[in-house]
Each structure stands twice: as structure tokens, then as C-alpha cells.
Write a protein that binds this ligand. Sequence first.
Ligand code: ATR
Length: 267
Amino acid sequence: MHNAAFAALGLNWRYLAFEVNPKNLRAAIEGAKAMNFAGINLTVPHKLLALEMVDELDISAKVWGAVNTIKFVQSPKSKVQSPIGFNTDADAIAQSLREDLKIKLRGAKVLLLGAGGAGKTAALKLAAENVAELFLVNRTKSKAEAIAAEIKKQFPSVTISTDFPESNVDLILNATSLGLNPGDPSPLDESQFSLKQTRAVYDMIYRPAETKLLAAAKKSGCKTANGLGMLLHQGAKAFEIWTGKPAPLDVMRKALESAVQSPKPKA
Ligand code: ATR
């Protein structure tokens, strides 16, 4: 989507993917800086590690506690490039939930599955959007409890629990990685909470386009959306940070849709 956007704007820029072992992340950022890269996107498992590896954190990275976008900025005095960390995921989640599911977050009851990097960002963003009740369920309960404690401190008006809800919710949001691989079970244990008890289901996974969770949710009559909208909007915001130009959203959406429909490239 970025290369399509660069082409649409006539920019002689390229977006490339590199697989980096987490132990080499610092060296990779230094290398990109030495090669005068404009910026970087980071994904699993680098988003939390990078917090310590940039010279400055933009308010977005501070608030959401993770870095998914770096911009190299030339300091006015020296010619040295300095990496600044941003987070474009959080706003993208809220934007996609609104656009793709027409969810009104203020006052909503949400069951959020997963308390890894993506789950944490989603939990904080939902709390900041004034959801009424947040149920943060994770295989490793202690991780959900740590996030719940942070939310209680920062957003005391949000009722937060780390157990399954006892009544209906407006939204189930999957932020676990379950569903990425074909053999994965659904991230929702339906003996604990039924899909009949929600109006909408969002899965942050976008490949496959329809996970087991989304297929079951559709069958059960829920409104559903996958993570493509979130991917689009975090990318568009990163594009704007790097280039300073408005992102050509339609061009990016089209490129993204055709990319995710094509066979998955080998890692
Ligand atoms: P991301 O940055 O994408 O959130 P992550 O930080 O590795 O990646 O988090 C993965 C999430 O998927 C976690 O919530 C993880 O649960 P744990 O915290 O218990 O590890 C969840 N997850 C991954 N595999 C799982 C599985 N087999 N069953 C249940 N949850 C799983």
C-alpha cells in the first residue's frame, strides 16, 4: 500500500520488508539511520522493544506504550539523523471500529481477547474512548491484570474486569494471534461466553480474511470486520508522518486489498 501511495504521489521512495531478529533490532535501527532511511514500521515482536531504542518518543508512543512507526529526523544543528518513535495503531483501531462496524465506543461494553502488545494498545485506546465496561481476557491472566491496573489508574471511569462478562456486550475484539495459522482454534472459548451475547465481532487478523472466529460470528448473526481497516489506517498515518503529505487512502486501500488476496509471501 505504501509503494502504491508513493507512486500515486510521484515520490521516488520505496517501502521494503526486512526480517529482523529482535536481538538485532538496535543494530537494524542504527543501520537504517546510517543509510538515510526516511522511516521504519515495526511489527511483532518489536513494538515494545523499540520504546528504548529511539532518541525521542512522540506523545502517541508515550500514551499508547508502543512504537510501530519511526521517523528519522535531521537535527537542525548537526547533520545527524535522530529516530523518533510514534504509534499509529491506536487511532487506527478506533477509526476502523467506527467505519467498519459503525460502533459507538463511548458507553460501549467490550470483551477484548488478548493482552499482548496489540491487546494493550487496544485496551488503552478503548478506555480513552470512554467505553463503559471493558472485559480483558487473556490466557496469561497476570498480563491482563497488569493492563487492568494501568487502566484503573489512568481511566478511573471505565469499569474493568479480567473475567468473562456475565451479560451481553456490544463488541468482541480479538487481539490475540489465534487465527493466523490454519490449525488455530478460535480465540473465544464459547463455553465461557457465547457469540449470541454480542452484536459485533472485530478480528485484528486480516489474513486469512475470515478467521474461524469471524465465520462463527457471521453464522451467529453478528456484524463482523477483520483487521484490514486497522492496517490501512495505521499505514496511512505512518505515510503522513514520513512524507508530510496527505495519504491517498483509496489508492492504499485498493493496493492492500489486492495484496491480501494474493498468496502469502514466504517469510
Ligand atoms: P501482539 O503484539 O500481536 O499482541 P504478542 O504480544 O505476542 O503479540 O501477544 C499475543 C497474544 O495472543 C497474547 O495475548 C497471547 O496470550 P499470552 O499473553 O497468554 O501469551 C495470545 N495467544 C497467543 N497464542 C495463544 C494461544 N495458543 N492461546 C491463547 N492465547 C494465545
